[in-house]
Design a binder for this molecule. Structure first.
Ligand code: FES
Ligand SMILES: [Fe+2]
Length: 376
């Protein structure tokens, strides 16, 4: 693919962005599906949502529908959602429960929850049909932070380098995120946003805080240093500090919940943000963790699922998470509104060669170079 930008700075202050067509061209999006979402580790499902044997979810990963299920033995497996006989899509629901097996609606080929072909009409008269060989095609699965990460590549890249590595790059070491015990937390709230913008606009937005003073009044009240325009992601290991009179990470700075018992003194009263390419944002605050999963559906459309995770105590006692959720829900709406306002501009003739990044956004240039390189 020819590149229409160069990563060379335009001046001391300004670096070029990607050109407009990177956000508007369905062919580029198709290549991103093939080279990025179908090759990398993709955060698909919250493991606790598959809370009993037979529970399943179907998720779109790149151009493929993937069936993620909990097996009898309690493991999580994922398969291409395609019958091995004549290709019917096995599950059309977003989620549900298979009582015992997965049966195709067309000619009743039947697979167990481990994907093995266990029955089909007249199967016994076809002894040459291998039940493993004609089982569902599996997808690589890893569980981390309480989420199920899938990789559709035959040979998956290193999970440690790509996924955990992104956290290490941002925080300095894995111990800092381990301290939050994310996989032990419970779901306090989930909000799904339908964003009419290219997925890269959402990533770029999350990576910078130049916009914070303009569009995030509540967030900059809680994290005053964000008003200077330097995102937490700008500095390795840095967590933005709460304002002196702020009691908690809530919409009005009022008190939150007890801090997660295992975090360190240094992590108290701080906000850390991490981008795990290609589609995940993780936000750490003392009393909860917010995880964004993106599902890019078209060159100009992205579904974002945002989970607010709290300690079991908070969730099980039914504590009121409203003020806590409201802060980042507003941030999400403010951000996604800005991204939706960017999207039409990407098609303008004046944005054909792109825009510019100011110094506090220069690290986004590395993201652009990464995208170009993946598609090259
Ligand atoms: S297509 Fe599934 S059994 Fe025929
Ligand atoms: Fe923002």
């Amino acid at each position: 693919m020819s590149t229409d930008t160069t990563r060379a700075p335009l001046s001391e202050s300004l670096m070029p962005t990607l050109g407009g067509r990177w956000y508007t061209d369905p062919e580029i999006f198709a290549r991103e599906q093939e080279r990025i979402f179908e090759q990398m580790w993709f955060c698909a499902v919250r493991a606790a949502d598959l809370d009993a044997p037979g529970r399943f979810q179907t998720v779109q990963v790149g151009r493929e529908s993937i069936l993620v299920t909990r097996t009898r033995k309690g493991a999580i497996k994922a398969f291409f959602n395609v019958c091995r006989h004549r290709g019917v899509q096995l599950c059309t629901e977003e989620s549900g429960t298979h009582r015992r097996n997965i049966q195709c609606m067309y000619h009743a080929w039947t697979y167990d929850l481990d994907g093995k072909l266990v029955a089909a009409p007249n199967l016994t008269k076809m002894p040459d049909v291998g039940r493993e060989e004609y089982g569902l095609r599996a997808v690589h699965v890893r569980e981390w932070l309480g989420y199920v990460w899938l990789c559709l590549a035959e040979e998956p890249p290193s999970f440690e380098a790509d996924v955990e590595g992104a956290v290490v790059e941002r925080l300095g070491d894995l111990g800092l995120i381990d301290a939050y015990g994310v996989e032990t937390l419970g779901l306090g709230r989930r909000i799904t946003y339908d964003v009419k913008a290219n997925w890269k606009l959402i990533i770029e937005n999350f990576m910078e805080c130049y916009h914070c003073a303009t569009i995030h009044p509540e967030l900059t009240e809680v994290l005053p240093e964000f008003a200077d325009g330097y995102a937490a992601q700008y500095f390795v290991g840095h967590g933005a500090e709460f304002g002196a009179d702020v009691q908690g990470f809530t919409v009005d700075g009022s008190e939150g919940f007890d801090r997660i018992a295992t975090i360190s003194e240094d992590q108290d009263r701080r906000y850390y943000a991490i981008t795990v390419k290609p589609t995940v944002f993780i936000n750490l605050v003392p009393d909860h963790v917010i995880v964004h999963r993106m599902f890019p559906t078209a060159h100009d459309r992205t579904t974002v699922v945002c989970d607010w995770l709290y300690t079991r105590d908070v969730v099980e006692q039914g504590r009121d998470v409203e003020r806590s959720v409201e802060l980042f829900h507003r941030v999400n709406e403010q951000d996604f509104d800005a991204c939706e306002r960017c999207q039409p501009g990407m098609s303008s003739r004046v944005y054909r060669d792109g825009g510019v990044l100011v110094p506090s956004e220069h690290h986004i240039g590395a993201f652009h170079a990464w995208v170009e390189q993946r598609l090259a």
